[in-house]
Design a protein around this ligand. Sequence first.
Ligand code: G3P
Ligand code: MG
Length: 356
Amino acid sequence: FSANNGRRFFSHLHSQPPPPSASFGIAFDIDGVILRGETPIGGSPQALKRLYDDSGNMSIPYVFLTNGGGVPETERAAELSKLLSVRILASQVIQGHSPFMQLVNRFENELIIAVGKGEPAKVMSEYGFKNVLSLDEYASYFEHIDPLGKFKNSTSQLAGCKKYSSKETDSENGPPSQRVEAVFIVSDSVDWSRDIQVLCDILSTGGLPGREISTQPPLYFANDDLSYQGLFPTERLGMGAFRIALESIYNRVYPNALEYTSYGKPNPFVFKNAEKILMQSICHPIEGQNPLKTLYMIGDNPLVDIKGAQQAGQPWFSILTRSGVFKGKGNHPVYPADLVVDTVEEAVDYILRKET
Ligand code: G3P
Ligand code: MG
């Protein structure tokens, strides 16, 4: 992440006056803290309401720092506003795939593949990538690419799928004639068997079946979460589990080990970027000085949220909730948080009592 990225996010903030003066900020994890599925949990709407003044202006700087994604930040902000009954700006939503926008310069006009639930190609197009194909669309050009497809009773995955490929891809008439230069796993794979098969094809041939390539196209994952909470009582397999499956199979089938880069928490640069965005959201920060003395990370996953905040160091203070992945009575033995509470509402209550 560069400082520019923060400014890009911040540019959305002009429609709302920034908090006048704040000495602390908050980063909220979403799944297992704010929501489970689409259901608010742990008193999240009430907790967030406390971060606004009586006129509905944000008075405490905060962001959502999630490893989830699949829709552009503008759409996620609108969805969250509706679910949580507060006005959330796109600049406050940092998703697992948000850092992908930093790779635009490298792949702006190259053919790239976007994978995952939601609208992965739209996400990448909105970041500025000009030649994006979703894996769904790529696969649709090859009749027998997924022999199991006919046994899957889902409606056509391409139905209603908007095409983002440019004329260079010539996708209206058939499969792309250009080599795939990068693959982005934007959000959780919907169909592991089809996606692993097609990703093996693309990564070993550059997306041109029958061709041999010497270097694998770069592969980027938006996060490496082994599991997440979701709506089911026990945790669900996440993108990290999908990565393990793809990697294990790829490494058995092909001579060269799979190369990839994973983004998202707990990478320290994610916390650094959140810090920049929070700092830019407050009034007139003095150059070279950080007026935000404490940044609170409220998360449910010790290995992701708490480990990340700990690695980021000062000024991060980690708060672990028991409303998601972590369900223990005490603290986590390996990545103990600075504070453990049951819900996000308790966490915000603690912060406001301490800071105001
Ligand atoms: O798919 C989402 C999940 O991996 C994590 O989401 O909000 O807990 O970072 P979150
Ligand atoms: Mg979580």
